[in-house]
Design a protein around this ligand. Structure first.
Ligand code: GLA
Length: 399
């Protein structure tokens, strides 16, 4: 197990590394460096697009963006992790263009313009230090680092306070949905822009309100272990969209605007009215998962942290059996962690690969990590990557 470095110095000054790469690529200094974190969702999965509740923390892993605005409308986009270079006019940005990671960056400019801001072209160098395809929202970190840079450089004030950050999050969601073509719900961008260090973000997707929930595991001798299965997940492969469509269909059949309107206490009566057993199972996951978020928040606020573990377990079972978004590797990670001392474990993020999380006594993290690593080898899976994380801070200017 590795513990993530949390200070820029320990990460080899990513801010200065990306600024240097910018200089090498474009022949002059950037105007500054901005960063935004990846996220891990503690609980509340596939609830965001159902106007529900979710509870992410920001990761210490961040994406760094060195940026300089241009006087013209050209976008020159580079990444330290990719040989792909993009050069295109802002007016040529549209659904599916540019493809790949460039769409997430260019999409932010497009969406800022669409919401009434005067934007220009830019030169951009990215240093993405959020693991890719691990379900830890590397794409939202990318979008939000660019959005933070453009907001500051154009003096848009969209990092000023939580209200402004919520607006910027919505702009990034539009970029992801429309230009990158991933029909995601918005939790990830809110996490990247609105989480606070040492806290989980209770996000109410019905009205976009938030509350900061203290999340200091170390004070309780606990750790949060991310178990990245290394099975790459993608949000634009149709499975995510199918789950979203099933939830919308369930709400439509019930005559509701969203599944958030199904009260937990009335769920049996409501779910019985759904004809198709699969749609009923999808809806049951959402309704019960929203309730598990409420219970988790209550336990965290009361300081009963170990009890959160059983909610993690119930959440995983719901995603495996009702929402059907787990996979063999995620199930092995969760089962192995819980049988080797974790207080609870669940897959996190969109599903079909990516990462699981486990709540563990700090003294057991090594044991759980090596048990999961061995179990993966025994099952013929590639090696997982296990790391303990703490709750980091939101998008910000670095230099
Ligand atoms: C992905 C999406 C989010 C959310 C989660 C599942 O991370 O980007 O909007 O729906 O999956 O909770």
């Amino acid at each position: 197990m590795t513990t993530l470095p949390t200070s820029p110095a320990a990460q080899g000054s990513p801010g200065s590394a990306v600024a240097r790469s910018f200089l090498e690529a474009f022949g002059s200094e950037p105007s500054g460096v901005w960063s935004a974190p990846g996220r891990v969702n503690l609980i509340g999965e596939h609830t965001d697009y159902n106007a529900g509740l979710c509870l992410p923390i920001a990761l210490p892993h961040r994406t760094y963006a060195a940026v300089r605005l241009r006087a013209d409308r050209l976008l020159r986009l580079r990444s330290m992790q990719s040989s792909q270079k993009y050069e295109l006019e802002l007016d040529d940005v549209r659904a599916g263009n540019p493809p790949g990671w460039g769409g997430y960056a260019a999409g932010v400019l497009w969406a800022l313009q669409g919401s009434g801001h005067q934007v220009s072209g830019l030169d951009l160098m990215l240093d993405g230090r959020v693991p890719l395809g691990a379900g830890l929202s590397s794409s939202a970190a990318l979008e939000c680092s660019v959005a933070a840079a453009v907001s500051d450089l154009l003096d848009l004030g969209l990092l000023r306070d939580d209200h402004a950050r919520a607006k910027l999050a919505a702009i990034c969601v539009n970029a992801e949905n429309t230009i990158a073509g991933a029909p995601t719900g918005g939790m990830d961008q809110s996490a990247a822009l609105r989480c606070q260090i040492g806290h989980a973000l209770l996000l109410d997707c019905r009205d976009d309100s938030t509350a900061q929930v203290p999340f200091d595991l170390s004070a309780h001798g606990l750790s949060l272990l991310i178990m990245d299965t290394r099975v790459e997940h993608a949000l634009d492969d149709g499975q995510y969209a199918q789950r979203r469509a099933s939830c919308e269909e369930a709400a439509r059949q019930l005559g509701l605007r969203s599944l958030r309107e199904v009260a937990f206490s009335d769920q049996d009566a409501a779910l019985d009215r759904l004809s198709d057993h699969r749609i009923r199972a999808r809806a049951r996951h959402v309704v019960t998962e929203i309730e598990r978020v409420r219970q988790t928040v209550a336990l965290l606020r009361e300081g009963h942290l170990p009890e959160v573990g059983s909610l993690f377990n119930a959440s995983h079972a719901s995603m495996r059996d009702d929402f059907e978004i787990s996979c063999a590797e995620l199930d092995v990670a969760v089962e192995t962690a819980t049988t080797h001392g974790a207080l609870g474990a669940r897959m996190t993020g969109g599903g079909f690969g990516g990462s699981a999380i486990a709540l563990v006594s700090t003294e057991d993290t090594q044991e759980v990590t090596s048990a999961v690593t061995h179990a993966f080898a025994d099952n013929g899976f590639g090696a997982p990557h296990c790391i303990a994380v703490t709750a980091g801070g939101p998008a910000r200017r670095e230099s």
